[in-house]
Ligand binder design. Structure first.
Ligand code: SF4
Length: 212
């Protein structure tokens, strides 16, 4: 597998936020979100075997392993990697762009954190109902918002696709661009079952740092 980096850090943007986690960042992403903070994962990377990644995950000592990117869903060896981690008793999270359906052969004991990309990302054309159709209560949808227009668009899409009550939803402000207090107010006023979340790792560590 092409891998950009591996590191131990604090999980910062899901229901597992705050827990120590071993991260595997895959290389390559077909999307180009305007506010992407991991553009260094688009190219390069190092060829790694599944077994070497599993071994490193075990050595890290964390029970939580997250595969992120880049876009993990375009990696053919993703199902094999996840299965081996699950067989060892790890809780496996996969963070994905929302631009692709769940790969066939992926053990659904993996918890999916699926982005919903509103217009502020420039990638809303990738968001298709079928990419969200298989998600359930153990997964989550995370919309990262630049402002009110993104909020309204996300609420409308989630309504149209019948997501409310079926998949937990988190709204998160684009770091330094959307005021988290305003977002909290919009959520409270809407009465919708949305969790407001701030990217914890960007508060704990330098937001410009890699590997955090
Ligand atoms: S999907 Fe993720 S890695 Fe790809 S461009 Fe968007 S933010 Fe960056």
């Amino acid at each position: 597998m092409k891998i950009t980096e591996t590191f131990r850090s604090i999980q910062g943007e899901s229901r597992y936020s705050g827990w120590p986690c071993f991260f595997i960042r895959t290389t390559g992403c077909p999307l180009r979100c305007r506010w992407c903070d991991t553009t260094y994962s688009f190219y390069g990377g190092e060829e790694r075997t599944v077994d070497s990644l599993v071994g490193e995950a075990v050595s890290s000592g964390t029970s939580l392993v997250e595969i992120t990117g880049g876009e993990p869903f375009v990696q053919p060896e993703l199902p094999e990697l996840c299965q081996k981690l699950l067989d060892l008793g790890k809780t496996v999270l996969i963070e994905t762009s929302g631009g692709f359906p769940v790969p066939s052969g992926l053990n659904r004991e993996c918890r999916l954190i699926v982005d919903l990309k509103p217009p502020g990302s420039g990638m809303e054309a990738w968001m298709k109902a079928e990419n969200f159709a298989e998600l359930g209560t153990e997964d989550e949808i995370k919309a990262v918002l630049t402002g009110r227009e993104d909020f309204d668009w996300s609420v409308q899409k989630l309504e149209e696709w019948g997501i409310w009550g079926r998949v937990p939803v988190t709204f998160s402000p684009v770091f330094g661009e959307c005021d988290p207090r305003e977002l909290a107010r919009w959520v409270l006023d809407s009465g919708l079952p949305v969790r407001v979340q701030i990217q914890l790792h960007k508060i704990l560590f330098d937001p410009q740092l890699r590997g955090v």
